[in-house]
Design a binder for this molecule. Structure first.
Ligand SMILES: Cc1ncc(COP(=O)(O)O)c(C=O)c1O
Length: 337
């Protein structure tokens, strides 16, 4: 019989729907899928070319578990340039997708019975990852405009609170947490001594005058307690390449690498070389895709609000959005714009 751990796990609703869409398409149905957060752009040519070069150059062997040094250094440079945060290369662990990076982070800090705060609505995999780590997901209802509700949050902090998992820009709401909210959250984490696992895979997809704020940059104490997740799937249209990373204290990073060393080892070696090229040369492609997503967001936002009975809040970021029917019923569709 399957383990209790697996039996109590709910399969990823996103993956179930993804399979259903594929099945319907194969049967000849014309489907517009609003399901997975997958850019419909091709991976930038520079990344694809570098991957071919890396393969031809024999970069097909095992690499260090936490990643190749040039990529870790480029990620440190990215943090400095984009977020004004200093990381050293041994604070970075490159993983097989942002998904593995999130799971690594949860496993690194969560003991059985630990409580992990989870603002909702949230990405489908968080709850299951916490359960797999034998932690207890503590769901926090959203505040106004889907920002953090500090009243609800404070009420749920206990002695067992080990971490909070946040996601900004947010899937599924499209909200970007404000600097003030992140600062208040950081102060709570310092006061009650819990970790902040911050999933920032949609960092590059912010619209209008919104600016992504990485919580680790707000103070030294907050930095020490933060585990930042990021990746290439959403920013560089590299969903199928499976590459993401964590940035954390050296202690946590060592733990993450130790765990990963027993599970997947290094993220695919030639993919790491290709991702490095993405960081070095693809800012224009990333910006081009962002602008396209913004245009589509504007289009669908206006179109949806013209439908009688539907009120739709304007997503500030991410490639997803949520809509609310005026009768207070939720449609929690995530919609690839
Ligand atoms: C909020 C969030 N975090 C992480 C991921 C995982 O991304 P990756 O493809 O890098 O594993 C996704 C993918 O949909 C996501 O929506």
């Amino acid at each position: 019989m399957l383990s209790k751990r697996i039996r109590t796990m709910t399969p990823s609703a996103t993956n179930v729907l993804f399979a259903k869409v594929a099945q319907l398409r194969e049967a000849g149905e014309d489907i517009i899928s609003f399901n997975v957060g997958e850019p419909d752009f091709q991976t930038p040519i520079e990344v694809r070319d570098e991957c071919k070069k890396a393969l031809d150059a024999g970069k097909t062997k095992y690499a260090p578990v936490s990643g190749i040094t040039p990529l870790k250094e480029a990620i440190c440079e990215k943090f400095l340039k984009d977020n004004r945060i200093e990381y050293e290369k041994d604070q970075i662990c490159i993983s097989t997708g942002g998904k593995q990076a999130v799971y690594n982070a949860v496993m690194a800090v969560c003991d059985p019975g630990d409580e992990i705060l989870l603002p909702t609505p949230c990405w489908v995999s968080y709850v299951e990852m916490i359960k797999l780590a034998q932690g207890i997901p503590v769901l926090i209802p959203p505040g106004e405009d889907y920002q953090l509700d500090f009243h609800a949050l404070k009420n749920r902090i206990t002695k067992k609170t080990k971490a909070i998992m946040i996601n900004t820009p947010n899937n599924p709401t499209g909200v970007c947490y404000t600097k003030e909210a992140l600062l208040e959250l950081g102060k709570l984490a310092v006061e009650h001594d819990f970790y902040i696992i911050s999933d920032e895979v949609y960092e590059k997809l912010v619209y209008d005058n919104n600016r992504h704020i990485c919580i680790a940059g707000l103070s030294k104490e907050i930095y020490d307690r933060s585990i930042i997740i990021n990746g290439f799937s959403k920013s560089h249209a590299m969903t199928g390449w499976r590459i993401g990373y964590t940035a954390a204290s050296k202690e946590i990073s060592r733990g993450i690498a130790a765990l990963q060393g027993h599970i997947t080892s290094n993220s695919t070696t030639f993919v790491q070389w290709a991702a490095l090229e993405g960081l070095k040369t693809c800012d224009d492609s990333v910006e081009y895709m962002r602008k396209e997503f913004e245009k589509r967001r504007d289009f669908i936002y206006e179109a949806m609000n013209q439908i009688s009975g539907i009120h739709c809040t304007k997503p500030e970021g991410a490639i997803v959005k949520q809509s609310k029917i005026q009768t207070n019923m939720f449609i929690c569709d995530t919609m690839c714009l």
